[in-house]
Design a protein around this ligand. Structure first.
Ligand SMILES: [Zn+2]
Length: 383
């Protein structure tokens, strides 16, 4: 999509009536298939009611993003057949207003969407994915195995390390040591689970700058980032676990900074938005990245709620709702990211538990279960 079309689409969307926001219950996607005829592949979504949508493409890696507004964030079960198509995989996740679908493409594709009325209030959204002839030939000769799910890559980020001890308890216990214990236990558990491929930003006591942690997650193509911490508070009485995700406000200024940083480099951040757009119009890039970020925050909130639900079984909860703040380590525009404070180093009761191996393993198990729940709800499909 060129810039003018994209901006046209944005202004069209902003004029839409918000009445669908009030409707309850939300209609859902009743059927989802990939249709492949000749050189043309189309994603076919059947919907039980009216829908507003936006479709745009991103490059490096090539993706087609479909945002559906006013629908329930749930895809019907059943695998898609990607064989012989330019589509590599399909991901989905909730957004503030509905659901986002991301098609991972083998090669650049244009995307043309149209809505067809099927009668009885039912609608069909067709997203045509025309690719060049050479690309179509390549896709046809791709190995024709059936659809499957690949292991989800989980970036486990143990906070602090090396010269940065993190929070220090009255008894001189360091946050950096506690969080490495929990991170290591989580890594061991996920390694034994075929659904996951865990990777750590540090596996011993060394310092990693915050932006490097985000960069590592991108370089390792993580599907999720879990940053592991333990709090400190001026009052010794504060105790229990909290979960944080990025606030949209923080994201906006953070991405502006990332855009500036990536302008003269080809680092991994450049891959999260269309680099041609970023070079000649920073405003449009920012809009694209913010749209991506807002969708990611909604997914992160969902994951955060799952973690709090499972943490209730093993520890006290400090904040019963997922909190939002501008943590630098959470500023990935397209990876659901949470920061978990597992308890207070400054609270003698919490600290006593946090330094015990048994409790570290228990917390890691609760994280493991939550991550499992998340990918059960939003599986990663590949061809
Ligand atoms: Zn910390």
């Amino acid at each position: 999509m060129n810039r003018r079309n994209f901006l046209g689409l944005l202004s069209a969307v902003s004029l839409l009536s918000p009445s669908w926001l009030m409707a309850a219950p939300l209609p859902g996607v009743s059927h989802c298939t990939l249709r492949h005829q000749g050189d043309l592949t189309s994603l076919v979504l059947d919907l039980a009611g009216p829908v507003q949508y936006q479709v745009f493409t991103l490059s490096a890696p090539d993706r087609v993003v479909i945002d559906l507004h006013g629908v329930a964030a749930h895809l019907p079960p059943g695998a898609l057949n990607f064989a012989g198509t330019p589509v590599q995989g399909l991901r989905s996740g909730p957004t503030k207003t509905g659901m986002r679908l991301v098609l991972d493409m083998h090669q650049p594709a244009k995307a043309q969407a149209r809505l067809v009325s099927m009668g009885g209030g039912h609608q069909r959204l067709l997203v045509d994915l025309p690719v060049g002839h050479a690309a179509a030939l390549m896709a046809r000769h791709a190995p024709a195995h059936g659809p499957r799910q690949r292991p989800a890559v989980i970036a486990i980020d143990a906070g602090h390390g090396g010269k940065d001890p993190g929070a220090v308890s009255g008894t001189r216990h360091y946050e950096k040591t506690v969080v490495l214990g929990i991170a290591t236990a989580l890594h061991q558990q996920l390694s034994r689970d075929p659904r996951f491929h865990p990777t750590m930003s540090r596996d011993s006591d060394f310092f990693v700058p915050l932006h490097q942690r985000v960069l590592l997650a991108h370089q390792r193509r993580a599907d999720m980032l879990v940053s592991i911490h333990a709090d400190a508070a001026p009052s010794r009485s504060a105790r229990g676990a909290s979960v944080y995700v990025l606030s949209a406000h923080g994201a906006t200024s953070a991405m502006a900074r990332y855009i500036a940083e990536s302008e003269n480099s080809s680092d991994a951040y450049a891959g999260v938005f269309d680099s041609t757009l970023s070079n000649d119009d920073p405003m449009v890039s920012k809009v694209l990245v913010d749209m991506s970020m807002n969708a990611t925050i909604a997914s992160s909130l969902d994951l955060g709620r799952m973690v709090l639900g499972h943490f209730k079984q093993v520890t006290n909860i400090h904040q019963s709702r997922v909190e939002q703040a501008g943590f630098a380590v959470l500023k990935s525009p397209d990876i659901p990211s949470i920061l978990v404070e597992h308890g207070f180093m400054s609270n003698p009761y919490d600290c006593g538990r946090l330094i015990s191996h048994r409790h570290q393993v228990e917390l890691a198990q609760a994280l493991h279960t939550s991550i499992g729940d998340y990918f059960h709800k939003y599986p990663v499909h590949v061809a």
